[in-house]
Design a protein around this ligand. Structure first.
Ligand code: NAP
Length: 315
């Protein structure tokens, strides 16, 4: 292992390796690092940095001298610590392009319900001309779960459009134009005041299964849920029951516990559910590379990483 020349192990089933190698070369210099493309790796003990969305099939336990794992995604729940060398720092990706994607998706999904496109899509198939008086943006209250990099961008964008916006985080936050809530009592307040719920929480032990009957039953009848977080946030049977009872009118599901969503899954073809194939947002090499390159430098110097995950908190 050469401290001056980082050895970077890359694994992705999504992005071609050249995309990330070139983006890093633009930041670190063309010949300033070795780039080893997984999943296989001849000398895992020589690797300094792991760069990936998910762990490779064999995990990273054999990578005994890793200085850092850099997640290419904003979420890090997929990094099973028992399959990594103990104590290796993990950083998540914070990328302005990702926030732009996520805001665009959230606005599209919220407006689809607010302007009743979900009903017109159905009426259109049935050749039904049913006029509904359009509502003003302020007449729809949107609740955003998670006010981090992505949730706060979504909340701010919706507030700027004139929606009534509530936001929920673990610690109290202030955000212009957004009614903020924190903790268990804050979640109940938000649920009771919300017509359209957007989930942008990280998946942790505390947030697992948070989109459940306990939450839906506090929401206004005929509300909407948009899950952009992770599949594990949602109790799927509770969603189906809430749709059947009319507590919820419809839901948009971008993420699932098993992806791709299996062929026979009840969400497919459900008239109240729109499934999208985890397209809320993806990290873009050009805009994410400066942060990744800085983390390569920091890891090589043994310094704390940018956006380093707090192992205890889980995000
Ligand atoms: P982040 O910056 O770490 O923000 C997380 C937010 O959630 C913070 O506001 C945090 O509260 C809050 N939170 C965490 N645990 C909580 C709890 N127990 N109770 C209440 N609030 C809690 O994360 P981010 O970059 O915004 O990303 C959020 C998530 O979006 C990712 O983890 C991933 O699951 C999802 N995502 C989805 C896609 C997609 O394509 N659909 C793409 C990227 C990311 P504090 O402010 O108090 O810390």
């Amino acid at each position: 292992m050469n401290a001056a020349r980082p050895r970077i192990y890359y694994f992705s089933r999504i992005d071609p390796p050249a995309m990330w190698r070139d983006a890093l070369a633009g930041q670190l210099g063309d010949d300033a690092f070795d780039f080893i493309v997984g999943p296989g790796c001849a000398a895992p003990h020589e690797i300094d940095i792991g760069l990936m969305y998910n762990l490779p099939p064999e995990g990273l336990r054999a990578f005994s001298n890793l200085r850092a794992v850099l997640s290419l995604s904003a979420g890090v729940n997929q990094f099973d610590r028992t399959r990594m060398p103990p104590g290796v720092p993990l950083a998540r990706s914070v990328d302005s392009s990702l926030a732009q994607h996520i805001v665009g998706y959230a606005k599209a999904a919220v407006l689809r319900y607010h302007r009743r496109f979900h009903r017109y899509e159905r009426d259109s198939r049935a050749a039904l001309w049913r006029f509904e008086h359009p509502r003003l943006n302020a007449q729809s209250a949107v609740g955003v779960l998670g006010l981090g990099e992505l949730g706060s961008a979504v909340a701010a964008a919706l507030a700027a459009e004139g929606f009534t916006v509530h936001g929920w985080s673990r610690s109290p936050r202030e955000l212009a134009g957004v009614r903020t809530h924190a903790g268990a009592a804050g979640l109940a307040q938000l649920a009771g005041a919300t017509d359209i719920l957007v989930n942008l929480l990280p998946l942790t032990d505390e947030t697992h299964g948070i989109l459940s009957d306990a939450l839906f039953s506090q929401m206004r009848p005929g509300s909407f849920v948009i899950n952009m977080g992770r599949g594990g946030h949602l109790v799927e049977d509770d969603l189906l029951a809430a749709l059947a009872s009319g507590r919820l009118e419809a839901a948009t599901i971008d993420v699932a516990t098993v992806e791709p969503l299996p062929a026979g899954h009840p969400f497919w073809r459900h008239p109240g559910i729109l499934v999208t194939p985890h397209v809320g947002g993806i990290t873009t090499a050009a805009t994410a590379a400066p942060q990744l390159a800085e983390n390569v430098r920091r890891a090589m110097r043994g310094e704390p990483l940018l956006n380093q995950v707090d192992e205890g908190r889980g995000y």
